[in-house]
Design a protein. Structure first.
Length: 392
């Protein structure tokens, strides 16, 4: 596992459940899903009903944060120093998060309890998993299984600065996080009911859900897109202007990723997401994105092109996804950079991977462009060169 990029320190805390009335209430390990069931019970219902439930438990309602056209975040506090966040879309709560600021030893113990509850809850289910840790501050690692994460975590528990694990099925998502927030420590848990999240893919779209997630962030106002990404737990870093196009940058809540959104006339038309991670995970992520993009194109008429550059600086061109994926699978350990592009009349999707002699962390990218809102003179390659020059 490799050290990830320093910029990925900027992450938001997710949230842990604890009852509002009883300051010392802790979930009973014998009741295996007590916490998750509680959080779940606050989703799939109207915002008014969920708000009243928490008020009746003694929580103080602070109001709405990051209000957008579709998404709203409702904030509650409870004694001693805990916070609820309820995420609403179209009048229905689809996500509930909870956090509490406590001492390090108590935070780690509570974090452990929620890890055990979540792994037991997910036992026997089919899910996608992501795990990230930060040890000794600035040392990041990525994991593809909870077992691998757990082994590393137990060996480095005393020097843990932050961590997050995410389990996602077709219907729900649970994340558990630990974060050092300076004056205290924050164990966290979050439950998402995907049925009511407009940005989640439908069951029919599950085979290309990553593309759908990006697509749903285009064709909407810049304010709404910013609000959505913030409510998903990502940190907004700011915006820059290049040739009358505004670029909005976010750091992902999973410690190792970044979003960039491109807006023109206050409408988002282009978005990409990338992850800095270790070699094996970057290759796996790229292959997953590649398959999802191709699934998205089933039954559609499109133009396709792809390239692979190997460690001998040879460039290979492809006009078939099947041929590209076969070559990628056989030669992945020798690839320096590669990419695929599918273009239709109204949209364009692309994937990319690069690993330049270990100078940077390996990266896996996913791109989506809504051509309906794209400026007539926009050329992505030229624009990205200007973007790189501006950064430097």
């Amino acid at each position: 596992m490799k050290r990830l990029s320093l910029m990925l320190l900027a992450i938001l805390g997710l949230f842990l459940f604890n009852g509002c009335k009883d300051e010392d209430q802790q979930p009973n390990p014998a009741e295996s899903y007590e916490t998750i069931d509680k959080l779940k019970s606050l989703t799939g219902i109207s915002a008014e009903e969920a708000i009243n439930k928490l008020k009746n438990e003694g929580c103080a309602y602070l109001g709405i944060e990051n209000e957008g056209e579709v998404y709203k975040k409702h904030i509650f506090t409870a004694i001693p120093a805990s916070t609820y966040e309820l995420i609403e879309a179209n009048g229905i709560i689809y996500q509930c998060e909870y956090s509490e600021k406590i001492t390090r030893s108590s935070a780690l113990d509570t974090y452990d309890k929620f890890l055990k509850e979540t792994t037991k809850y997910m036992s026997g289910k089919t899910y996608e998993y992501e795990g990230r840790t930060e040890i000794n501050y600035f040392e990041f690692s990525s994991f593809t299984t909870h077992q691998e994460f757990s082994t590393y975590y137990e060996a480095n528990r005393n020097t843990l600065a932050s961590s997050i694990e995410i389990w996602e099925t077709t219907k729900e998502k649970i994340s558990v996080q630990f974060k050092d927030v300076g004056i205290a420590f924050r164990p966290c848990i979050s439950y998402t009911n995907k049925q009511y999240d407009p940005n989640s893919s439908s069951p029919a779209e599950e085979a290309y859900k990553s593309v759908v997630k990006l697509r749903n962030l285009t064709g909407i106002s810049s304010e709404e897109a910013i609000s959505r990404l913030r409510n998903f737990g990502n940190m907004y870093l700011g915006a820059t202007d290049i040739d009358h196009i505004k670029v909005y940058t976010f750091v992902s809540k999973t410690l190792d990723g970044s979003y960039e959104l491109f807006g023109f006339n206050n409408i988002i038309f282009y978005i990409y997401y990338y992850e800095d991670t270790d070699l094996n995970i970057a290759l796996t992520k790229f292959e997953k994105h590649s398959i999802e993009c191709n699934n998205y194109m089933v039954g559609k008429t499109y133009d396709y092109n792809a390239q692979i550059k190997d460690n001998n600086s040879e460039m290979f061109q492809f006009t078939s996804h099947t041929d590209f994926l076969t070559s990628f699978s056989l030669n992945k350990n020798d690839i320096i950079t590669c990419g695929e592009n599918w273009e239709l009349t109204n949209e364009e999707v692309a994937t990319a991977y690069d690993n330049y002699d270990n100078y940077y962390e390996p990266k896996a990218y996913l791109f989506y462009r809504n051509k309906q809102y794209t400026p007539a003179n926009f050329k992505s390659k030229e624009f990205m060169m200007k973007r790189t020059k501006q950064r430097n």
